[in-house]
Write a new protein. Structure first.
Length: 171
């Protein structure tokens, strides 16, 4: 699975590096684009903007992409933000099947991933006075991920077996 903000270059890399992977537009980013349209049409802080954005966000959550597209089309000719968002949603609609993705147990927002990176990696590598080489950082990240995922003992067992076998590296 590849989770991205909807930028074309992300999907190009995903297609190249992970062919066949499920591609999902980060729900937070998609909702942010809809909110930008609401502000552009009705003005920031207006009740109409809030109502319009809430309706579109609910439609997105419910998988009603055609309704989102129809609402954007109403404003696209007169509003540049609506036109850009219409293009964004139309281009990414296959990546916005949120009810289907949730039913499969897939993550539809990058917040969890970003928080996980912050906790698993950032807190370990960004302590006071620490300086890392890329090789050292990669090694400590691998160990930290093994530890946090409950695979630490298995890692060391494989490593020890490899050392006893004389290969010096785990299989």
């Amino acid at each position: 699975m590849v989770l991205g903000d909807g930028a074309v270059w992300i999907w190009n890399i995903a297609d190249e590096q992970f062919p066949g992977a499920i591609q999902i537009v980060d729900l937070y980013h998609a909702k942010g684009h809809l909110w930008d349209v609401a502000k552009a049409i009705y003005g920031a802080g207006s009740d109409l903007a809030e109502q319009w954005a809430k309706q579109r966000r609910d439609e997105l959550d419910e998988g009603k992409i055609d309704d989102v597209l129809a609402a954007l089309r109403v404003h696209a000719a007169a509003n540049d933000e609506a036109r850009k968002c219409l293009d964004y949603v139309a281009r990414n609609q296959s990546r916005m099947r949120y009810p289907e993705f949730r039913a499969q147990g897939l993550c539809v927002s990058s917040g969890v991933v970003e928080a996980g990176c912050k906790v698993a990696i950032g807190t370990r590598l960004k302590r006071a006075g620490m300086h890392w080489t890329v090789t050292g950082a990669d090694a400590i990240i691998a160990l930290r991920c093994c530890k946090l995922s409950g695979r630490f003992e298995g890692f060391w067992e494989r490593r020890s077996a490899a050392a006893r076998a004389g290969t010096g590296r785990p299989e």
